[in-house]
Design a protein around this ligand. Structure first.
Ligand code: NDP
Length: 295
């Protein structure tokens, strides 16, 4: 296998899914059903959050999904944010509600997420959806988009998940932990690593599937990877690079150039998991509209 053929092209796979979704939206509207609608709630003026919300709204427009952008001041109160969510719950044009995280620290994130109707919880962070994900035989209505995107990529390349040794680096609420739960649900044998894990390289070397979500630029090196392993790099880190005109570049949690000779398959970062996150959000929004159809 050439190094080029090892690349899992998340950008292309996400574009394919988005095109399928655009067709689905067109067909449902032609059949007289509602236009799927996604509301984004942005509290404060964090530049990264603004840019993520902007990307999500653009992607919605391309897929024929209507977006409702709600911007709130950084000092919005808990009651004000929950009132906005409650109004969106009651709005029949809105099928999905996304509260952009992180929220300013004076707000209670769990309470805000809890206020979203589980049928509109397209980010999959509602405690009931997460709780169902953690329980055998229970199905969440929605699964968090980034972890779901990772599984989608693994399925797309025909990776054997059942019975595989999977190692997840990171245990955050939005990526590492739901990803580990999804892998358990698919019958992988899962090890979850975090900042207190001892001898990370040795633990990672056991993995048939290694998934990195730590937010540490290029941390995973060649000797952490079992030859032939599938590596999913969720990391997205901005680092300085004075050799470039803009002075910085984006890298993953995996040292791509170092590991490429050893891996079986790998997602680049950028261009791997990132595009899948947005495609999965659109997918969840279309599904939320379908759930509303059945009511
Ligand atoms: P968090 O900071 O919330 O979590 C990081 C996790 O990694 C924690 O569990 C932490 O352990 C663990 N960790 C941190 N440093 C180390 C270390 N040196 N050794 C072992 N474990 C460590 O990050 P997120 O989960 O939000 O994001 C992870 C990465 O994924 C980031 O680069 C982020 O930008 C990217 N990301 C990409 C997305 C995409 O769409 N492509 C979406 C979301 C995130 P502990 O729990 O002990 O603190």
């Amino acid at each position: 296998m050439t190094n080029e053929s090892k690349i899992i092209d998340g950008k292309a796979i996400a574009a394919e899914l988005r095109a399928e979704l655009a067709k689905k939206v067109e067909a449902r509207v032609a059949a007289g059903k509602s236009v799927p609608g996604l509301a984004t709630v942005l509290v404060g003026d964090n530049a990264a959050s603004q840019s993520y919300v902007g990307m999500k709204q653009k992607a919605c427009a391309k897929a024929g999904i209507k977006s409702f952008g709600i911007k709130m001041e950084a000092d919005a109160t808990q009651e004000e944010v929950e009132k906005v969510v409650s109004d969106l719950n009651a709005n029949p044009e809105v099928h999905g509600i996304l509260v952009q995280l992180p929220l300013p620290s004076h707000l209670d994130e769990e309470k805000v997420l809890n206020a979203i109707s589980i049928e509109k919880d397209v980010d999959g962070f509602h405690p009931i959806n997460i709780g169902r994900l953690a329980q055998k035989g229970r199905e969440p209505l929605f699964v968090p988009c980034t972890p779901d995107g990772c599984i989608y990529l693994l399925d797309k390349i025909g990776a054997q998940i059942e019975g595989a040794e999977a190692v997840v680096l990171g245990r955050s609420n939005i990526v590492g932990m739901p990803l580990a739960l999804l892998l358990v649900g698919r019958n992988a044998t899962v090890t979850v690593c975090h900042s207190r894990t001892k001898d990370l390289p040795a633990v990672c070397r056991k993995a048939d599937i290694l998934l990195a979500a730590v937010g540490r630029p290029e941390m995973v090196k060649k000797d952490w990877v079992k030859p032939g392993a599938v590596v999913i790099d969720v990391g997205s880190n901005r680092i300085e690079d004075p050799s470039l005109e803009k002075g910085y570049k984006w890298v993953g949690d995996v040292d791509y150039d170092d590991v490429i000779d050893v891996v079986g398959r790998i997602t680049p970062s950028p261009g791997g998991v990132g595009p899948m996150t947005i495609a999965k959000l659109l997918d969840n929004t279309v599904r939320a509209a379908e759930i509303a159809d059945g009511k």
